[in-house]
Design a protein around this ligand. Structure first.
Ligand SMILES: C[S@@+](CC[C@H](N)C(=O)[O-])C[C@H]1O[C@@H](n2cnc3c(N)ncnc32)[C@H](O)[C@@H]1O
Length: 283
């Protein structure tokens, strides 16, 4: 149970963050996530959103996943749209591993725009997928296991591996062993993409991104980094394994993705004002 005081304070924090008209739908503890999580509905102009949120190490509100209530298959966060490009950076997109379920945004997108690609979902916290089922339309099963354990033991292979592992303390710990296993799971020509939130201010990010870089380079693979110019919030690190999928080809890959998959808004803005780099974009 949340204590009365804690719960009241958390309600206030949510309403301060999302606005007094926001409707808090759920506030509950989780076994492994590290803070209570909540579901809140709110309006921004004519758009209506539902967000799965949590509380950071201090008392700040953190958005884990968001859904446009009128167009649930649209990816609300820009970094998710960037991650969706991994499907076009892979030689084929028949199977995908989603590490970190959250509010199932990527799963809804896949179902609508990549219906021929079978997702496998993994999450460490049983409460999150239960919330995704109740509030975010998830209907597929979820493997309840830490991602590190899943990738270490699964015999399966995937065309696309999307890593988006966060809890109340920030990004899940990842080392060379984890990234080596993630790359082992790729089919030939497959692509991995990882989301680094707060990459310019969180000192934990760089060593983990470097670990992935090293593991990739040791296999002769060249990571690609994409982030919104001047935004410095989320950075997506891709490791494509298909020949020719290089930083210079991203614009063409983006165009092909739009032609073949027809994402919302014709994919406008996915790469607009983005830095596309072959190294971590800040020193
Ligand atoms: C930002 S959310 C993912 C959002 C998701 N990409 C989407 O499409 O909505 C982060 C998720 O990672 C999960 N997570 C954190 N650490 C984990 C770990 N070590 N293994 C598996 N899941 C983990 C959390 O429970 C949470 O559901």
């Amino acid at each position: 149970m949340l204590s009365e005081f804690g719960e009241e304070r958390q309600r206030r924090l949510v309403l301060d963050y999302f606005g007094g008209d926001a409707r808090l739908r759920l506030l509950r503890r989780t076994p492994t996530f590290g803070s209570p999580v909540f579901v809140v509905d709110f309006d921004r102009g004519a758009r209506h959103y539902r967000t799965l949120g949590s509380f950071g190490s201090s008392i700040q509100v953190t958005e884990q996943s968001s859904m446009d209530l009128l167009y649930p298959a649209r990816l609300v966060f820009h970094y998710e749209r960037l991650m969706s490009l991994a499907f076009a950076m892979s030689r084929q997109a028949v199977t995908a591993l989603l590490l970190g379920v959250g509010g199932a945004a990527m799963w809804r997108f896949m179902r609508a725009y990549l219906p021929d690609c079978a997702p496998t979902l993994v999450d460490a916290d049983e409460v999150i997928p239960a919330i995704a089922r109740r509030w975010f339309y998830l209907t597929d099963p979820v493997i309840l296991e830490p991602a590190q354990q899943y990738v270490a033991t699964t015999p399966r292979r995937f065309d696309v591996v999307l890593v988006d592992l966060y809890n109340s303390a920030g990004p899940a710990e990842s080392d060379v062993r984890f990234w080596g296993r993630c790359l082992d799971l790729l089919n030939p020509g497959g692509c991995l993409a990882n989301n680094w939130a707060d990459f310019s201010v969180n000192p934990a990010v760089r060593p983990m991104a470097d670990a992935l870089d090293r593991v990739a380079q040791a296999r002769g693979l060249a990571p690609i980094y994409v982030t919104k110019r001047g935004f410095r919030d989320n950075l997506v690190q891709y490791v494509p394994t298909a020949p020719g999928v290089v930083a210079e080809a991203m614009a063409d890959i983006h165009e092909r993705f739009i032609r073949e998959r027809r994402p919302p808004d014709r994919g406008r803005g996915i790469l607009e004002n983005c830095i596309i780099a072959t190294r971590f974009p800040i020193e």
